[in-house]
Design a protein around this ligand. Sequence first.
Ligand code: 3EB
Length: 331
Amino acid sequence: MTAVRPDPTVRPYSVSYVDESVAKIDEQTLACVRFGRNLPPIDDPRSITIELEQLDAAPQAQLWRSETPVQHGIDDNINYAINGEVLFGSIRLEESDLLHIDNASFRTYVRLDRLMQKLGYPCWQRVWIYMADITQGDGDAERYRQFSLGRHRALSLKPGFELNLPAATAIGTHGSGLNIYFIAGKSPGIQVENPRQVSAFSYPREYGPRSPSFSRATLRRWAEGAHLYVSGTASIVGHASQHLDDPAMQLNEVANNIRALVQNALDHHYAGQDASECTPLGLKLYLRDRHYLPALRSQIPQLFGAATPILCMEGDICRRDLLLEVEGIYA
Ligand code: 3EB
């Protein structure tokens, strides 16, 4: 007799925003991500707290739920949860660990990679990076550039690494230290770039001593269905920031960038489909200054869909001339 797999689920996990007050961790939870300052700690390795203030009245948490039971634990100070298909991991570094950010980021990526190998999920899929004071320091001494330097040193240890880079977000907080959380898989996702933008890993020298090692999106196909992880997307065309000092125009450019990216993913992997058939499961909007939000309110549903859940937060974009950034997951 052949072993029959239970009802083939469309995707091995789901993601959604829920009211923070009702976000509960149970045996199927991969991760519960909360955003806010001074949130009470939750003693579970699947709880992730990011020091970014939400801008809407009812704070939301992002819940990642597995279709199958989850195993979780802490190894080498890295929190993890696994379900046989994906590894959801997180780590926090304090300011005292960040005296030499390039070395700290190098060592952290090496440690994360070691745990991924050990647990059997060796492929980077999606990474979120939240660092306090991300644009502090001048020129190449800037914290973000130092972080990127160490990340590049670690990821470039693998030959051909620029063909398998994860989608990423890197945002500055007004708190302290560094939080990284990530999804890794058993097999590689598909890297997707944006025809409107120079790939970040090919940015010219003016943006830092080493380019930022991330892809514009990762396409993860499952037995049925798929997830498209869209990186933090800003108002950049080519490699240049656009519409300086104009949040409304930057948001419009971001929407153009995301549309082109999603369409590019479809053209290569779902020929004949139109980007409008691909819907966002949820988006995050990061604003350098919360005061931009009222004027953007009416634009958001027009650009990203009236039914799209969106979590708005105040956070620093890693290029000083950018005022906002949007990321999301499409399906
Ligand atoms: C950009 O497109 C904007 O360094 O991991 C967006 C997403 C940005 C991820 C990263 C940086 C990163 O260059 C900045």
